[in-house]
Design a protein around this ligand. Structure first.
Ligand code: ACO
Length: 445
């Protein structure tokens, strides 16, 4: 059951639990209701705090702040759990596919056969881009980073599809969300093709979501390109594993942008900009670089030693996570996918994979990593897999953006429908100068 931040839901969720805040200076007391969700820690509803006490809370990085109620995704970092609408990610990655996960995130349930057909048809028929958009691409420098192109082109979609920017119209919202999921692979593949000077490849309706993306990325008009089912499945799994991850930086960016009632294309462009940062979407590239630097198994000990040394800034890339203090469930799936992809490509003895497995084994037996609960994260194996598939590292974050688009639009849609929607507007602790009088130029020192 959804528990929105409405008064009714609050009364129900609080079920009488309260915490009392005492200001010892004044003796004033404030009772704050406690809310409980379906799973996870309880939260204290502090919405009346400022009005009743004149205090704000201080929480840079929002490590103790719940910014919304959401039905989409549940994470328990201590136990290494990730579920979408209740379904464990491991089950989805093994038994489902990306299109089905999109339906699940957007509409709350796995689709029936008829719903699946209708949804897939709708997504397939929205994959083409307005022809005029090609000219927009041609305005970028050839050496532009594909993420820079993504931010620009996705932002520009609101200029090309302004008939679906009315966020108060349910049907238009639905069309815009389907358009974004459908067009993102085309936009990403075109960004890549442009950067290497190859002709754009149009989408093909006879291919699945991931297969179509591989075809648009790797085929050329002069040769037949056969999409390998193994690689298409691996790509699809990578999309599934990155589809949503509750209120991370880019998703929170999308929500904040959308809370001003901006159109969805503009909001998703904001999300892509946030994802681009190296603290968010860029770690799989760093893993690849690190493995190349380590070079051989006999040097692992040396790098483990460096990672543990407080005076050395080196960290084991692909290890540790702000939320997961256990094995990131996505890393296990990706480890298997890496083996399958390399076997399909005849690269079973890829030294980087062997090195990664050995590094993981040694680190997981080391007291430092055990005590600090540092486990492999989603980025540990994805770089190796994507690299073997032929993607340059500049495309890794782009692929993340393609996959995460469904999470962003599902969270945006959930927010727009929320009766308790308020414009996102955090407060601050002001630390600048106190009031002072204007100083004329002649008297300034
Ligand atoms: N290697 C060595 N030591 C580490 C590592 C690591 N990868 N990660 C954390 N530690 C140590 C820290 O030095 C710290 O030690 P201390 O308690 O003695 O000071 C302790 O473990 C806790 O680390 P924090 O930095 O407080 O953990 P936080 O949750 O803030 O950071 C982060 C998480 C940024 C992911 C960190 O683990 C890291 O830098 N990992 C490597 C980069 C990486 O793989 N990022 C991808 C994350 S997944 C994603 O974003 C999709």
């Amino acid at each position: 059951m959804s528990k929105r931040l409405s008064k009714e839901a609050l009364a129900e969720a609080g079920a009488g639990d309260k915490v009392t805040l005492i200001d010892h200076a004044t003796g004033k007391q404030l009772e704050l209701p406690v809310m409980g969700g379906t799973d996870g820690p309880k939260v204290i509803d502090i919405r009346t705090l400022y009005r009743e006490t004149g205090y704000f809370t201080y929480d840079p990085g929002y490590t103790s702040t719940g910014s919304c109620a959401s039905d989409l995704t549940f994470i328990d970092g201590e136990k290494g759990i990730l579920r979408h609408r209740g379904y464990p990610i491991e089950q989805l990655a093994e038994k489902s596919d990306f299109v089905e996960v999109c339906h699940l995130l957007l509409y709350g349930e796995l689709p029936t056969k008829a719903e699946r057909e209708e949804f897939e048809r709708d997504i397939t028929y929205h994959t083409m881009l307005h022809e005029q958009l090609q000219y927009f691409y041609r305005g970028f420098r050839r050496d532009a980073h594909p993420m820079a192109i993504m931010v620009g082109v996705v932002g520009a979609l609101s200029a090309f599809y302004h008939d679906t920017t009315d966020i108060f119209d349910r049907e238009k919202r639905r069309t815009a969300t389907h358009q974004l999921i459908a067009k993102m692979p085309t936009i990403a593949a075109m960004a890549y093709k442009y950067s290497i000077g190859q002709p754009f490849i149009y989408p093909r309706n006879d291919l699945g979501y991931a297969g179509n993306f591989l075809n648009m990325t790797f085929s050329v008009p002069s040769e037949e390109y056969k999409v390998s089912p193994v690689l298409a499945r691996a790509m699809d799994q990578i999309f599934m594993l990155h589809a949503d991850h509750e209120q991370n930086a880019s998703t929170s960016t999308v929500r904040i942008a959308g809370s001003s009632l901006a159109n969805p294309f503009a909001c998703i462009a904001a999300g892509i900009a946030s994802l681009w940062g190296p603290s968010h979407g860029g770690a799989n590239e760093a893993v690849l670089n690190m493995l190349r630097e380590i070079g051989s198994k006999d040097r692992i000990g040396e790098f483990i030693k460096r990672a543990k040394d407080k005076d050395d800034p080196f960290r084991l890339m692909g290890f540790g996570h702000r939320v997961y203090k256990n094995y990131d469930p996505r890393a296990g799936v990706l480890r298997k996918a890496a083996h399958e992809v390399l076997a399909e490509l005849g690269k079973e003895d890829e030294p980087l994979l062997e090195l990664a497995i050995e590094l993981e084994r040694i680190a997981l037996e080391d007291d430092y990593f055990v005590d600090k609960k540092l486990f492999p994260n989603v980025d540990f194996y994805s770089g190796i897999t994507l690299n073997a598939m032929g993607f340059p590292s500049s495309m890794f974050t782009v692929l993340f953006a393609v996959a995460r688009t469904v999470g962003w639009v599902a969270q945006w849609k959930e927010m727009i429908k929320d009766e308790a929607l308020k414009i996102g507007r955090p407060r601050q602790l002001y630390t600048g100068p106190a009031e002072r009088d204007y100083v004329p130029m002649a008297k300034r020192k």
